[in-house]
Design a binder for this molecule. Structure first.
Ligand SMILES: NC(=O)c1ccc[n+]([C@@H]2O[C@H](COP(=O)([O-])OP(=O)(O)OC[C@H]3O[C@@H](n4cnc5c(N)ncnc54)[C@H](OP(=O)(O)O)[C@@H]3O)[C@@H](O)[C@H]2O)c1
Length: 306
């Protein structure tokens, strides 16, 4: 793909979208960043050289306008009630009309026909829908992101705690940046990846006791994994104001996680992107400021009242 072609990145201010924009700009491409709203995050992308388009992925006319002149696009929609299949339909139609050659689709490792999570089943349906289009498709099915370690981090001066409903299940946490390297590589050369489904994982499969140990070694403070029962975790999320759709998803995939659906190691990140994925230690080092911040345990207060 020549550098003068235009690449569209949706979810552009998110965990995977933002580093993808950065990666492609560094490679010399023109990048259109589709953002939900203009704010500090979109300003940072504009400062890097991205063209910013503000809109809603549920607005057909906005998405259609954003496709104009685009060669390849990244589709990323969050876990939100009632949206993914509509957004996918809109995206597929708009991309087809605009003659977009390839779409990289963010799905997840739990996407299955029989998934109990409504969101995970919708990801599976969205993949099948996109595969009916003439453009090239690649579906990314990451395991849980390494960013969970930030979201669930709680600490005081003496120790860190990860409160999660994952029992002694295992996975290889993958960072948004490692996924961005994969997304950018496919967008720049989509042909070999057409109709492929990639389960994306990080450097090493671990349980959360071992993850906590690696975090402790890196940070130089004790870090404890505190397993939480799934209903208690769900109640804590509800108390935090999360939607029923989100809570149903997390509860279902927590069980999937315990059942091994999120486990596994492979070398896809390195083979596709040319970069080895981050280890837990790399991720903690890259986000040291977050982990040095003292704050309440992620769901501790809510668990007390669950
Ligand atoms: N987290 C995990 O462990 C995990 C694992 C596997 C797969 N996944 C998949 O990863 C995807 C999320 O990716 P991510 O973490 O990179 O994204 P993210 O950080 O959750 O960000 C979502 C992005 O989409 C934007 N957005 C939200 N609603 C929108 C709308 N209606 N129209 C336009 N833009 C909208 C958000 O903007 P605002 O912030 O301004 O709303 C944000 O930029 C989901 O599909 C999820 O299933 C996640």
């Amino acid at each position: 793909m020549s550098a003068d072609q235009l690449l569209l990145i949706t979810g552009a201010t998110g965990n995977t979208g933002a580093p993808t924009v950065e990666n492609l700009l560094q490679a010399g491409h023109r990048v259109r960043a589709f953002v939900h709203r203009a704010d500090q995050r979109s300003e940072e992308l504009a400062d890097l050289g991205a063209e910013i388009v503000e809109g809603d992925l549920l607005d057909f006319h906005a998405v259609s306008a954003a496709m104009s002149g685009v060669s390849a696009a990244y589709f990323c929609y969050p876990i939100a009630p009632g949206g993914l299949l509509t957004a996918t339909t809109i995206f597929a139609q708009a991309a087809s009309e605009a003659g977009v050659a390839a779409v990289v689709n963010m799905s997840q490792i739990s996407a299955r026909r029989e998934a109990k999570s409504h969101a995970a089943q919708q990801h599976w349906l969205a993949e099948r829908l996109l595969d009916r289009s003439a453009f090239r498709t690649t579906h990314l099915r990451p395991t849980f992101f390494a960013e969970w370690l930030k979201w669930q981090w709680g600490s005081n001066a003496n120790e860190g705690v990860l409160q999660l409903p994952f029992g002694d299940g295992r996975h290889a946490p993958i960072s948004g940046r490692d996924q961005a390297n994969v997304i950018a590589a496919i967008l720049q050369n989509p042909a070999p990846h057409d109709r492929q489904i990639y389960p994306l994982v990080g450097a090493q499969e671990l349980d959360h006791y071992a993850i906590a140990d690696q975090m402790a070694d890196t940070l130089g403070i004790p870090v404890r994994y505190e397993p939480v029962e799934i209903p208690a975790f769900a109640a804590a999320l509800t108390a935090q104001g999360r939607t029923d759709f989100f809570v149903q998803h997390i509860s279902s995939v927590a069980q999937d996680y315990r059942d091994g659906i999120f486990a596994g190691e492979n070398d896809l990140v390195e083979v596709i992107s040319g970069h080895k994925p981050m280890t837990v230690a790399d991720f903690v080092n890259a986000n040291r400021a977050v982990f040095q911040h003292s704050g309440p345990y992620a769901v501790g207060d809510q668990l007390a009242h669950a």
